[in-house]
Design a protein. Structure first.
Lengths: 85, 574
């Protein structure tokens, strides 16, 4: 009974989310990209008054950098200080 | 003729189509391969490409393609009698729609899940994409304008549906908040949402809203149309999770409830079909059945819109290629059943032939209201729900489908306008694009007699454009089959038939619009006619080239003369 109920719940959730998964994930990715640009601003040569704070966030973004620059059509990392591939 | 017989025969036909014909298509024409690595696995990214259970995927596919159109079309078309509509829906579902939807899904899966627009660029030629954009623009424009008229008519003819129809927007908005902000679990939310919706239906049934003759200086018809477009404009600009997503969801649930109610009622009431099999006594001014029947019923028999859903989204989520048969073909079967339900409601839900003839007093009279009235009387006999309440339920269901299609249509049309702007090198902002869409659509709606005078003049034009899109998709599928050196005749026969009927219908309507001196619709008709000729010419050229040329069976790409097509070890086409 509990199994059926949770299966039903999972099915309904899928039914609710799947048609818009793409739209929502895209919107999230766009926001993440903006955030990435802000954090990497100094490394990209753009003066950033908030560098003192954003530099702390750099390690957190390290994992995303490779996916980010390949998706934007750059085979190599555009960052001089941060190398990923 | 008893409607139960009609239902059983219809069901048997479309199910035979699924169990026999789709199997034939899957094995011998499209040659679906269980081991083919589908885009959902090959390009899996958790965003667009996600392998999905075939039943869940079918659910989305079906609810995205089924809407008000398979109700409106058949309800209008039974004016020629129930038999032509019945045959076109059942045979159309089996040999046209099912084959088309399955083909579109297959074509897209074999092309990394790309959309029909991209595929037309690849298989039809460089102008293919521009052509596709033009056809899509026309189709969305027709959908938005035609559905605004449909909803307006229903709100006036069934005033009890006013409260549930507008209240459903609030219900959807609350459901969206419940899920995203308050994190309430979905079964509970669904239960609350459906209960609230049916509560509103009961409330609306008690308190019908009839607008006075002049609202803010507008007639009720004008007022509803303006209100609908305002709503659609705002809804299309909101983030999707606020309104569109919960609305789609509730509609999906409602679609299954509604279909269940309708079929159960027919089963229990089994009313006699009072309408004639072939109406010899059609009202004055009714256009000839051939070709108009074939464009009046588009969705439910074959619809190009399905190809867009199949290629844009479903193809990217298909787990195994063989699932395409269930998702694509059975999706079309689901819609055929909805159309069949509409035919039964609009022909069997009346007591005598005279009653029926009184409703179908002229072409485009009756239509959805006949579906509501007829359906309500069947539901009343079958399930014992009072006639007025049944009518409110069915009207709300029809309006909700149409309204969701309308706001989604405005949203998609906005992207088309922005894309067209990009092609011309202009950046069009979101707000401006929406305004452009609304202005053009409102213009079209009123040009067709939006104040209630002209009714659904644009409906056959919508059907024609839809068939045109279907022709484009079928051409792509045919080119793919020809490049693989397979027999394309099961695609070509429907393709030629549908395109010929559309062009014939356009020419017939050209005469009607000229006689009515409706220059706007006349112009639109000419534009669609030109687009049709364009599709025919480009498609023929592409097919001839595909038949003559040598192509790599793996990649579909042309190979230079002298080089063997089977350079890869497999000569078998996979």
């Amino acid at each position: 009974m509990a199994g059926t109920l949770s299966a039903l719940s999972a099915g309904l959730r899928e039914f609710y989310e799947a048609p818009y998964r793409r739209t929502l994930s895209r919107a999230r990715r766009d926001e993440d990209d903006l955030f990435t640009i802000v954090v990497l601003a100094e490394a990209l040569g753009v003066p950033n008054p908030a560098t003192y704070y954003t530099v702390e966030l750099l390690p957190l973004l390290a994992d995303r950098v490779h996916e980010w620059h390949t998706r934007l059509g750059m085979d190599r990392s555009p960052l001089e200080g941060v190398s990923c591939c | 003729m008893n409607s139960l017989v009609l239902m059983v025969v219809g069901l048997a036909m479309v199910l035979a189509g699924y169990f026999l014909y789709s199997k034939f298509l899957a094995r011998h024409i499209y040659r679906l391969d269980e081991n083919f690595r589908t885009p959902s696995h090959e390009m899996r990214d958790g965003v667009d490409y996600v392998p999905t259970n075939k039943f869940v995927l079918w659910g989305h596919h079906f609810t995205s393609v089924a809407g008000a159109a398979p109700i409106v079309g058949p309800a209008v078309a039974v004016i020629w009698g129930w038999l032509p509509a019945f045959l076109w829906v059942t045979l159309g579902t089996v040999f046209f729609a099912g084959m088309h939807d399955l083909g579109a899904l297959w074509a897209s899966v074999r092309n990394k899940g790309r959309s029909m627009g991209m595929l037309s660029g690849r298989y039809i030629g460089s102008r293919g994409r521009a052509l596709f954009l033009v056809v899509i623009f026309l189709l969305l424009l027709m959908v938005i304008a035609a559905f605004a008229t449909v909803i307006k008519n229903l709100l006036i003819s069934t005033p009890t549906s006013v409260i549930p129809v507008w209240g459903a927007i609030a219900v959807a908005a609350i459901i969206g908040q419940m899920i995203y902000r308050w994190k309430i679990n979905l079964p509970v939310t669904t239960l609350i949402g459906v209960t609230a919706l049916y509560g509103l239906i009961l409330l609306g049934d008690r308190f019908p809203v009839v607008l006075p003759d002049s609202v803010l200086g507008m007639s009720p018809a004008t007022f509803w149309i303006v209100a609908l477009f305002l709503y659609a404009g705002i809804a299309s600009l909101l983030p999707v999770w606020v309104l569109l997503q919960p609305r789609d969801y509730i509609n999906g649930v409602q679609l299954f409830i509604g279909l269940g109610i309708l079929y159960l009622s027919v089963l229990l009431a089994s009313p006699a079909v009072v309408a004639p099999a072939v109406n010899q006594n059609v009202p004055e001014g009714t256009p000839s059945m051939v070709p108009l029947l074939f464009v009046t019923i588009a969705c439910g028999a074959i619809s190009g819109f399905h190809g867009m859903v199949a290629s844009g989204t479903s193809a990217k989520q298909l787990d195994k290629e063989t699932d395409a048969r269930f998702v694509g073909y059975f999706g079309a079967v689901g819609e055929g059943l909805l159309a069949l339900g509409a035919i039964i409601a609009a022909t069997a839900g009346f007591r005598t032939l005279a009653d029926w003839e009184a409703v179908y007093s002229a072409f485009n009279e009756g239509g959805v209201s006949a579906f509501i009235d007829g359906g309500a009387s069947i539901v009343n006999t079958g399930l014992g729900i009072p006639v007025s309440l049944s009518a409110t339920i069915l009207a709300t269901m029809a309006v909700l489908f149409a309204a969701t299609t309308m706001d989604t249509g405005v949203r998609l049309q906005r992207f088309v306008v922005q894309e067209a702007g990009e092609v011309m090198g202009v950046t069009v902002r979101k707000g401006l694009a929406t305004i452009v869409v609304l202005v053009v659509a409102v213009g079209l709606t009123f040009s067709a007699g939006g104040d209630g005078a002209g009714g659904l003049l644009i409906w056959p034009l919508f059907g024609t454009t839809n068939q045109l899109l279907a022709s484009l998709t079928l051409s792509i599928v045919a080119v793919m089959l020809l490049r693989r050196k397979r027999n394309p005749v099961v695609v070509l026969v429907p393709l030629v038939f549908v395109l010929a009927m559309s062009v014939y219908a356009l020419i017939v309507q050209l005469g009607t619009f000229y006689a009515d001196q409706n220059w706007f619709l006349l112009g639109l008709d000419v534009v669609i006619l030109v687009a049709s000729a364009w599709v025919a010419v480009e498609a023929t050229a592409a097919m001839v080239a595909a038949r003559r040329g040598e192509f790599d069976p793996e990649t579909d790409e042309p190979v230079a003369a002298g080089q063997s097509a089977g350079t890869t070890a497999t000569t078998r086409d996979s």
